[in-house]
Structures are given as C-alpha cells and as structure tokens.
Design a protein around this ligand. Structure first.
Ligand code: FAD
Length: 388
C-alpha cells in the first residue's frame, strides 16, 4: 500500500486548498449565522470540478478514484473550514452520484449525472425516517405499483440537502414483512406532484447544510424512476452508498480538523499567559500532540478504506473502523481545541466555537458510533479479518 499522493493529486489538492481558502472560508461564519444556502458558491464548487469527482468524464465528472476523491474533499475542508458545506458536498457526491453511477440505467446516468457534476442539480439521499434511523431497513415509506406508475407514500427525516434538492434518491418498501428485501430505490425530481421537500430542520450546527423532512403523498413516478432492481434498494443501492460514505465522505471533516489544528498552533504561539506563549506549556503541547496523532491516525484509516474501494478489496470492515475512529476523534480534537482557546474558544469571534458545534454530529450521522461498533464486532465474529 502506498498512500503517497501522486503529482496530479498534489496539484489537485493545492488548487482546491487555494480555492477553499479564497471562496469558502471567508463566508463560513455568515453561512453559520444565517443558515442561507449559497447557490453561487455551490456553482463555483461545481465549476472547479469538485461536485463530479468520482464520475467518469463522459458524464461531466473528473473520473477520480476513491482515494483522489477523499484527498479532494479533505482539501475542501482544510482550506474552507466549513463542515456544513463539506456535509452537503459529501452527500451530493458520495451518497447520490455513486449510486446513480453504479446502479443507474444509461438513460438515468445521462439524464442526471452531468447536471449533478456541474452543480446545476443538487442531490439528496433520503433513507432515514422518523421511526427508522439506526434500523434503516425498518422504513415505512411505501411503494405500490399502479399500471405504469410507482406510487410513494411516507415521510423522511434528517435528509441533508432536501430543502434545496433537485433530485433525491428515495427508499420505499413494497412489503415491510420482507425487511430489507422489500426495499427499492427511486430517483425523485423536485416538482413531481405528490412530492414536497417538507420543512427545513433547525440544528445545533452545520447551518450551511440544509436538512429536511421530505414527504411523499401519492407521489406518482414513472417506471423509469426505479434505481437499480426492485427489492435491491437496500442491499445494493443504499449499502454501496453507505460504504462510500464511511470511507470517503468524512474526508471533508478530516480536512476541517487539519485546518483547525493549524489555527490552534497559531493561537498557542500568539496567546501569552504568565509572560509566555501558550505553546511553551507542556500540557498545552501534550494536547497539540494528541490532536495531531488523532488526525493522522484517522487519515490513515480513511485512506486505507478508500484504497480498499479502489483495489476491489473488501472495504466494509475498514470503512466502519475509519468512520468510527474519525468521527470520535473529531469530537476529541475539537474539545482540545476549545480548551486551548480558553474562554475565547467559546466565543463566536473565533471559528472553534462553530466547528465544535459542527463536529458534534459526526458520531451520529452516517450511523452512530454504537452501530459501527456493532458492525465491526459482527464482521470480526464472522471471521472477516483485518488483513487487507
Ligand atoms: C445533520 C444530519 C444529517 C443527516 N443526513 C442524512 C441524510 O442525508 N440521509 C439519510 O438518510 N439520513 C441522514 N441522517 C440520519 C442519520 O443517519 C441518523 O440520524 C443516524 O443513522 C441515527 O439514527 P437516529 O437519529 O434515528 O437515532 P436512533 O436510531 O434512534 O438511535 C438513538 C440511539 O440509540 C442507539 N441505538 C440504536 N439502535 C441500537 C442498537 N441496536 N444497539 C445499540 N445502540 C443502538 C444509537 O446508537 C443512538 O445512540 C442525518 C442525520 C443528521 C443528524
């Protein structure tokens, strides 16, 4: 395994870092304060090619592999220091484009991917429901076939990008008694009669990323809206999206952690107490070291999981390990950052206060830490090893 970035990957990283520092970082506080969606920023991110990273060039994407996609999302987070924006970009790229690319018909790929890649369309992935979060296969949104239509009824919750989405991947069950095997995935366009983006949810943080509760009320879809095969919505479409989410999506958050560490280092050099910079105190240095170790360990786990995806290695155990470690490390890194900033860390004039709130969701979204501990233990008990 060689995780050294190629010259092309380094150049991409440099370009994205500069873009994010110039275009994203300056507005992060305002987006947090207002919660307004910045469509022109989304378009600029699309123009740079970030919204179509893993999609082949023939559909308007960059044709990047999982490792390159991870590195690019990491640079976006590092330069931009806006976790919410990373969440929206990650959902769009990883949870929407990957399933359309891997399970979409040629007509679906041609219809949706170019618009998703350039940023004309915003994508959302609608699996979670009020009564089905960790137990995602327990969804109640129903689908029935009526002639040449699928008819969806039900409601989702906590759906990233839903309030602004042009196209959603929505999951529905034809028969709840069949559990995961009853679930199919559908591509739903905004404006379809019977579909409503629902209310926008108020959150603790990540205000740059709108979260909503889409509703399907006799939402009639053409048969061509089916994504993948009937009954394979959970076992294939959702499973693949969630695998990529665990391995790649959190790259944006890793980047934010790297950028935060740089801010903290600068602060410890500049802030003086007892006539010395904070950086002189050994206990502060200990925290800096802990932050760096956690970030670097998380990065290695994430790059390894992405490498598994690129090299046709079983990735699900490694992706869960990476997701679990990265998101718990994120909370610990921000806790240390806030403590090093002291009272100023709690004030809105420094970014740590905002990023602390943003990172709080990391161990919940994409499967809670407990669920990933269960997945990891289950895999190990089934004899799946850590060799790759
Ligand atoms: C900001 C945000 C954005 C999100 N974006 C999306 C999105 O774009 N698309 C989407 O589909 N979903 C999205 N989600 C949903 C997210 O995936 C779920 O919140 C998550 O899976 C947990 O489900 P839940 O919130 O219903 O918690 P619950 O499932 O109710 O869990 C509550 C607690 O019980 C624990 N628990 C549950 N079952 C077990 C068990 N078997 N053993 C041990 N402990 C257990 C959990 O670990 C947790 O601590 C988002 C969530 C948030 C907060």
């Amino acid at each position: 395994m060689d995780f050294a970035l190629s010259e092309n990957q380094k150049a991409l990283r440099k370009t994205i870092l500069a873009f994010a520092a110039r275009e994203i970082a300056p507005g992060a506080e305002k987006r947090d304060a207002t919660g307004l969606w910045d469509q022109s920023l989304w378009a600029a991110i699309g123009k740079l090619g970030i919204l179509g990273l893993p999609v082949p060039e023939r559909y308007g994407g960059a044709g990047a592999d999982a490792v390159t996609t991870l590195a690019a999302l990491e640079a976006l987070g590092e330069g931009g220091l806006d976790t919410g924006l990373c969440v929206s970009v990650g959902a769009h790229v990883v949870l929407v484009q990957i399933p359309v690319l891997l399970y979409g018909s040629e007509a679906q790929r041609e219809k949706y991917l170019p618009g998703l890649c350039c940023g004309d369309y915003i994508g959302a992935f609608a699996l979670t429901e009020p009564e089905a979060g960790s137990d995602a296969a327990g969804i109640q949104t129903s689908v029935r076939r009526e002639g040449d239509r699928y008819v969806l009824n039900g409601a989702k919750t906590f759906i990233t990008n839903a309030p602004v989405a042009d196209v959603l991947i929505a999951f529905a069950t034809a028969d709840r008694s069949r559990g995961a095997d009853g679930i199919s995935a559908f591509l739903v366009e905004a404006g379809t009669p019977g579909y409503s983006p629902g209310r926008k949810l108020a959150k603790m943080g990540n205000h740059a990323s709108p979260t909503g509760e889409p509703v399907f009320d006799d939402c009639r879809l053409p048969l061509t809206a089916l994504l993948g095969e009937e009954g394979k919505g959970f076992s294939e479409v959702a499973a693949t999206a969630l695998l990529w989410e665990r391995a790649v999506f959190f790259g944006g958050l890793l980047g934010v952690l790297r950028g935060t560490l740089q801010k903290v280092l600068a602060y410890t050099r500049q802030r003086r107490q007892f006539n010395r910079p904070l950086a002189d105190f050994q206990l502060v240095r200990g925290k800096l070291a802990d932050m760096a170790v956690r970030i670097q360990a998380a990065r290695m786990l994430a790059y390894h999981a992405a490498w598994c995806l690129d090299n046709a290695q079983a990735a699900d155990l490694h992706a869960s390990i990476a997701k679990l470690y990265t998101t718990e490390a994120a909370v610990e890194v921000l806790r240390d950052a806030l403590e090093i900033y002291g009272g100023y860390g709690y004030m809105k004039e420094y970014p740590v206060e905002r990023i602390y709130r943003e990172m709080a969701v990391a161990p919940v979204g994409g499967g809670t830490s407990s669920i990933h501990r269960l997945i990891i233990a289950n895999r190990l008990l089934k004899g799946i090893g850590l060799e790759t």
